[in-house]
Design a binder for this molecule. Structure first.
Ligand code: DOR
Ligand code: ZN
Length: 352
């Protein structure tokens, strides 16, 4: 493939990290996601969180009902459970039997609706043992939560204090280091020794490939560019783009598209999360094209994710065309509105 084509064809991608919420909001966001992706890992940080197989099954039923009411037939939600200090090993076995795809570790207090998260990973060792045994992946929000650690350092410190010891204790546990944002995380995952096992991977969002932390403060405070983990310095963006476009199967697409209403973002204490689902693929294409690596997009977006999760690759294809798409200033979100990432601007690539 030439690296400046006007159109590219890909096996249909999946989104390996997505927030769709619930109720009427869920309908609006499912439309955007299902236009581009065949499957998505559905995050469990609802209020209250999805902590049991029974809650996940009920959530799946609500998602399927929404899809049906929207006339969307080709989209599969992949369900996750929210790990707490009280999750039992038995729940892991039930989850495996029920076709739950993964468990999510939110360190308590790290981000939106994480209060019920894990206070100390050591409390979960019995559960992690069961996960390792049955081959249940652990998806990790990789930030420490101590107030004395600078917010820009929380991911790097998490690697040393939590992730590295965890991988030593559970060498065969499948771990996805979610939405990585730093050079340290990119290089840790790239260089990790896994003894030939497919046991460590990372997802990367479009905003962390396209923006650095200046974007939060460009001419004034920009709440729609605020997410967690927060955007970092340019050197980190460059390192993320390098590993994402390297062709390494350890890095794959996870938008972390996280809808919050315009009002909840434009507030004295605004919520964390960027809504990228409207044209996420266009954003990733722009990032890959910026370093002449469009030929590496299909692996990142469509192949390495299913391979890591031992799921079949999609067979249908989609095409992206180099045709600017302007992003609306606002989109409907239940009975409110949402400001999508890059609102009022153009994205160079769009779905054919
Ligand atoms: O920015 C974020 N928003 N980061 C997260 O980890 C959670 C997410 C959300 O649920 O809004
Ligand atoms: Zn997330």
């Amino acid at each position: 493939m030439s690296n400046s084509p006007k159109q590219i064809q890909l096996i249909q991608p999946d989104d390996w990290h997505l927030h769709i919420r619930d109720g009427e909001v869920m309908k609006d966001v499912l439309v955007d996601t299902a236009r581009q992706f065949a499957r998505a890992i559905i995050m469990p940080n609802l209020k209250p969180p999805v902590t049991t197989v029974a809650l996940a099954n009920a959530y799946r039923t609500r998602i399927e009902a929404s899809l049906e009411s929207l006339g969307i037939v080709r989209f599969t939600p992949l369900m996750t459970l929210y790990l707490t200090d009280n999750t039992s090993a038995d729940e892991v076995h039930k989850a495996k039997a029920a076709g739950i795809t993964a468990f999510k570790l939110y360190p308590a207090g790290a981000t939106t609706n994480s209060d019920a998260g894990v206070s100390d990973i050591k409390r979960c060792y019995g559960v992690l043992e069961a996960m390792q045994t049955v081959g249940m992946p652990l998806l990790v929000h990789g930030e420490v939560t101590s107030a004395d650690i600078d917010i820009f350092d929380r991911e790097a410190v998490f690697i040393d204090r939590v992730l590295e010891p965890l991988r030593k204790d559970f060498p065969e546990l499948k771990i996805v280091f979610e939405h990585i944002t730093t050079k340290q995380a990119a290089h840790y995952v790239r260089d990790a020794q896994t003894n030939g096992k497919n046991s460590l991977a990372a997802t990367i969002t479009p905003q962390h490939l396209l923006m650095n932390r200046n974007a939060i403060f460009a001419g004034g405070i920009r709440p729609h560019n605020y997410c967690l983990p927060v955007l970092k310095r340019e050197e980190h963006r460059v390192a993320l783009l390098e590993v994402a476009t390297s062709g390494s199967p350890r890095f794959f697409l996870g938008t972390d598209s996280a809808p919050h209403s315009k009002g909840a973002k434009e507030a004295a204490c605004g919520c964390a999360g960027c809504y990228s689902a409207f044209n996420a693929l266009g954003l990733y294409a722009e990032a890959f094209e910026s370093v002449g690596k469009l030929d590496k997009l299909e692996g990142f977006a469509s192949l390495f994710g299913p391979d890591f999760y031992s799921l079949p690759r999609n067979t249908k294809t989609i095409s992206l065309v180099k045709q600017a798409q302007s992003i609306p200033a606002e989109l409907p979100l239940g009975d409110e509105t949402i400001v999508p990432l890059r609102a009022g601007e153009a994205i160079a690539w769009s779905l054919a």
